[in-house]
Design a protein around this ligand. Structure first.
Ligand code: HEC
Length: 85
């Protein structure tokens, strides 16, 4: 049923040069522990990703991809309703 590629979640080389899909990176890592992640301001999102990078054991590339993903989403969310500061 749930066939997660173990190589991705366990030992990933620091200098992985393959493209990281931000959407996948976010869903595979953050949603292991969170059912959803609330949108924060871009500055707060950066701090959050730094903290969660340790928890989720992300590579540099993954954390950057997720940061961009969340900041982009925060920007689009702000158009509809205010983002919690
Ligand atoms: C190993 C489990 C785990 C993973 C993986 C994880 N988190 Fe968390 N996260 C937590 C726990 C536990 C807390 C609450 C305690 C704390 O803040 O340290 C938390 C708190 C947060 C908070 C603070 C506000 C809230 O909703 O509670 C945000 C935002 C957040 N995480 C986002 C993320 C994002 C984004 C990712 C992916 C990069 C991620 N988390 C990955 C466990 C995890």
């Amino acid at each position: 049923m749930l066939a997660l590629p173990l190589g991705m979640t366990l030992a990933q080389p620091r200098k992985a040069s393959k493209f990281i899909d931000p959407d996948d990176a976010y869903k595979n890592n953050c949603l292991r522990c969170h059912s959803s992640v609330q949108a924060y301001s871009p500055a707060k999102t950066e701090t959050i990703v730094m903290h969660m990078r340790v928890r989720a054991n992300l590579t540099d590339q993954e954390s950057r991809a997720i940061l961009e993903y969340l900041q982009d989403n925060a920007v689009s969310a702000r158009k509809g309703k205010p983002v919690k500061k």
